[in-house]
Design a protein around this ligand. Structure first.
Ligand code: FAD
Ligand code: FES
Length: 256
């Protein structure tokens, strides 16, 4: 599939090394879907949509650092949208996001609120500089923040904040998470008897983005994350590599 070109309209600094890039047309995308974004002359990388016309990027290497330098008028190649979507809860959901894992769950927060659900969204970050979408989501959800250094909100891990919120509000009928995989594994453990009620969005090394090359397949099922995921129900993640390891570009295991 050939990329289409979009023209960057805005690059908004969200925090330390994090920016939201918006472009000149809206796509028909739902929470959880991702695109393959081609930074001309650098690389093509997967990114979840944080808006129907935008992505939210953390600078970690060549492509993402080049994205930070984009300016209005620059072109970006896009293939997709690809992958599975979050099922949108209509009654009650606790949404847990860590770092730029907030991108897809920000859309989910808005979609669930629009469907009439009572939404509590927990934003986890290392420090206040890395907290994204607090104001945006406060309009539609009960938003709580956890920072590891205590510079904003609850001091500690977002999963510890989740424990407090469950003590306060009771067990939610559904939960959804995106962020560092040990964090998502902890969320799944918290609801271990109810794995079907938890949705998690995974990151794996992606090349084709649509189920052909095999670079993103997970053990033991062999499921291609780009096609069957990135969003899975917890029942699909109960053995094999989830929370334990992922594979690099050369398919070598990297343990979390
Ligand atoms: C479905 C999906 C959604 C994602 N959504 C976001 C998002 O919303 N915001 C965000 O900041 N990041 C997101 N990522 C991660 C993002 O793709 C990587 O940070 C990016 O590819 C790094 O590329 P780089 O050239 O800057 O860094 P590199 O130096 O090339 O790589 C740094 C690290 O990024 C990962 N990575 C590199 N290339 C890829 C690739 N082709 N596929 C998957 N991982 C790769 C590897 O773990 C690598 O060790 C997502 C990844 C996936 C799979
Ligand atoms: S990226 Fe090629 S099969 Fe998933």
């Amino acid at each position: 599939m050939r990329p289409i070109q979009v023209e960057v309209t805005e690059v908004e600094r969200e925090g330390d090394g994090i920016a939201t890039i918006r472009w000149d047309r809206e796509f028909d995308v739902s929470a959880g879907e991702f695109g393959m974004f081609w930074v001309h002359g650098v690389d093509e990388v997967p990114m979840s949509y944080s808006y129907s016309d935008g992505i939210t990027v953390r600078a970690v290497g060549d492509a993402t650092e080049a994205m930070m330098d984009l300016e209005p008028g620059d072109l970006l190649g896009v293939r997709g949208p690809y992958g599975s979507t979050f099922d949108v809860p209509e009654e009650e959901v606790v949404v847990v996001g860590g770092g730029t894992g907030m991108a897809p769950v920000a859309m989910l927060t808005e979609e669930a609120a629009a469907a009439g659900a009572d939404v509590t969204t927990l934003i986890g970050a290392a420090s206040a500089d890395e907290v994204v979408f607090r104001d945006r989501l406060s309009e539609v959800a009960d938003v709580r923040v956890a920072t590891e250094d205590g510079s904003m909100g609850f001091e500690g891990l977002v999963t510890e904040l989740l424990d407090d919120v469950v003590d306060e509000k009771g067990e939610p009928s559904e939960a959804a998470a995106c962020g560092p995989e040990p964090m998502m594994a902890a969320v799944l453990d918290r609801f271990s008897g109810r794995r079907e009620d938890v949705q998690c969005s995974l990151e794996r090394y992606m090349k084709c983005g649509f189920g052909v090359c095999g670079s993103c397949c997970i053990d033991d099922s062999g499921s291609p994350v780009c096609r069957d995921g990135p969003v899975y129900r917890g029942t699909k993640l109960d053995n094999g590599e989830f929370g334990v390891y992922h594979r690099d570009a050369a398919a070598r295991k990297e343990y979390f």
